[in-house]
Ligand binder design. Sequence first.
Ligand code: ARG
Length: 458
Amino acid sequence: MAKMWAGRTSGLTDKIADDFNSSISFDSKMYRQDILGSMAHASMLGYKNIITKEESDKLIDGLQTILTDLESGSLAIDLSAEDIHMFVEQVLTERIGETGKKLHTARSRNDQVALDFRMYLKDQITTIKGLLVQLNKALCEKAKEYAFAIMPGYTHLQRAQPITFGHHLMAYAFMFLRDIDRLTDCYKRTDVSPIGSCALAGTTFDTDRVYEAEKLGFSEVCLNSLDGVSDRDFTVEFISACSLIMMHLSRFSEEMILWSSWEFKFIELSDDYTTGSSIMPQKKNPDMAELVRGKTGRVYGDLMSILTVLKGLPLAYNKDMQEDKECAFDASETVIACITIFEKMIKTMTANTENMKNAASKGFINATDLADYLVGKGLPFRSAYKISGSIVKDCIKNNKILEELTLGEYKSYSDLIEEDVYNAIDLKTCVEKRISLGGTSFNSVLSQIEYVTKNGAK
Ligand code: ARG
């Protein structure tokens, strides 16, 4: 059958070309946005007397029946159609006759697709933000539960200084808070209506772009029609925000995987979110965390795709731009699935506080505190650091830990060391004394929880 755009050409394309050209297998996801956009357009055409009020109403009613039927399942998407825009227009014309052909007045698929895509991504952004808020809620709850659980903090994956598990969990909550903020920012630039830009140059009809934008809940309209149909910055920003979320989830996954290994045994993931091995009966594998780590690669790939598609495209619309959607949909769906499973994994995980504490008790994690103690007694930090370092060195040689040295042994390094040294190097003291803003002290972690709880849903 000849295409709706037959004119200059016969519109009779080869079947292979049709399949290659078609985007309906993925852009049918935007059927809702497409129909709502068309309803707003029909309404504007009537309001501006470009078509009659009756024609406008007829178009809107027809579009409404299509939406209802698609949602109830009584109308199926025809996968042989070129794209969702052509499909809807074709069904409309079949249903209401000649008037259906008036819908595309003062419009092009170029501004139509840009509109649908922005509306779709706005919804996705809102969904992802909501999931991140939920994830942070779960993190805050866990952090509260373990605000007093001492564990080793690491640098270079070497035991560094004692922290609490609550403090560690809250570090991720702050990353997700920034992710929420980034999505809010990206939303702002997605929330700009391109409809009315038409093919590229605007239109000779006396349209009202602001009316349409307001009807569809956009805060702004784009002010250059060429930019309106060519701009996919919002897609790049969206997938970039998704990539950062995945990067955070992936780092977290890596830690969950390490922590649930026999070597660490810091946490136990719920049976609901782990798998067994088909051959090794002792295995409890953190597959969900591993998959999240793995899927991060996909989303980074999506980001590379969109950046590369756009690079070097002349203005305005080019068919290359049809390639913008699959990567954005994939990034969005992957992020949604990953946050959803992550929240459940966090909620159901338990910490082995005994093992964490034991790990923190070895490895001279309080050596900085010993140096700080000497500074408190009047030594410059560099000299105190040297003394603490040589005590650690001798302890390692003699297979001892700092808590086991006698006061006499301590005094052989410095006369300034008194009985109070034992309290100063006690792990609980080490944590409690880190009261600096953002530090690991119990009160500080509780304020962090309060901050995230208050600012999470903004
Ligand atoms: N399916 C197309 C896309 O996603 C719609 C826009 C088509 N525009 C055109 N001038 N052929 O990009």
